[in-house]
Design a protein around this ligand. Structure first.
Ligand code: CA
Length: 228
């Protein structure tokens, strides 16, 4: 699980951020005070941090600088006020990696967080097959060949995960459904076909050579070079 630190003093904002990111599957720690945030970023192992600039106790810049001084290389997203160009300059100097100007769209924030955490996830930390990597949180599918990525739904991710585990061996639809979803349900057997269609489309979209072949009467087989 990817661990995120959020330092934001405005209660409604920090709550909303925490909730949004937890719902996306991140483990989230929220600090509402600058000093507290500084201690957390230095002492604990986070994969990424989201820092508000204006905070009681210590500013977002000071927190970022403290993290770098302590040798922490985690990516840092800074939340700055609109038009605070000066903030960006100071922020860069203090060690921030990216900015988001308030007010921001939730989708924009999620996209930035995904991009940041993808950078800290080495290709071999996810599950790898052929030219694809299913990232640690299990929902981002990345093609190492093209650098393109796409978000998977939990159902698609579980199915792909189960297919990768077969390491290219043919698997029946029933067994695939059980391994992916953990229970036996005829409705799920039928849905497998639908999710596979989405998965194939997404593999194609990111330009991967990996494909999922249907083998008549036998089941399915994941192939490294199916698209070639
Ligand atoms: Ca603030």
């Amino acid at each position: 699980m990817i661990r995120l630190l959020i330092v934001e003093d405005e209660p409604r904002m920090s709550e909303a951020l925490g909730e949004l990111l937890r719902r996306e599957g991140y483990e989230v720690c929220v600090c509402t005070d600058g000093q507290q945030g500084m201690l957390a970023i230095v002492d604990q192992d986070f994969d990424a941090a989201i820092l508000d600039v204006m905070l009681p106790g210590a500013s977002g810049f000071e927190i970022a600088a403290a993290a770098r001084q302590a040798g922490r290389s985690l990516p840092i997203l800074m939340l700055t006020a609109r038009d605070a160009v000066e903030d960006k300059v100071i922020g860069l100097d203090s060690g921030a990696d990216d900015y988001l100007i308030k007010p921001f769209d939730a989708r924009e924030l999620l996209a930035r967080v995904r991009a940041m955490t993808r950078r800290v996830t080495p290709a071999n930390a996810g599950k790898r097959y052929g030219d694809i990597v299913l990232t640690m949180d299990g929902f981002d599918l990345l093609c190492l060949h093209t650098g393109q990525s796409v978000r998977l739904t939990p159902k698609e991710a579980k199915l792909l995960d189960a297919l990768i585990e077969t390491d290219g061996r043919t698997i029946t639809r029933e067994l695939l459904a059980v391994r992916a979803y953990g229970y036996q349900d005829t409705a799920e057997y039928n849905n497998v076909e639908v999710y596979l269609t989405f998965l194939r489309r997404k593999l194609k979209f990111i330009g991967s050579g990996v494909g999922i072949k249907a083998r008549r009467g036998l089941g399915y087989q994941i192939r490294e070079d199916a698209g070639v």
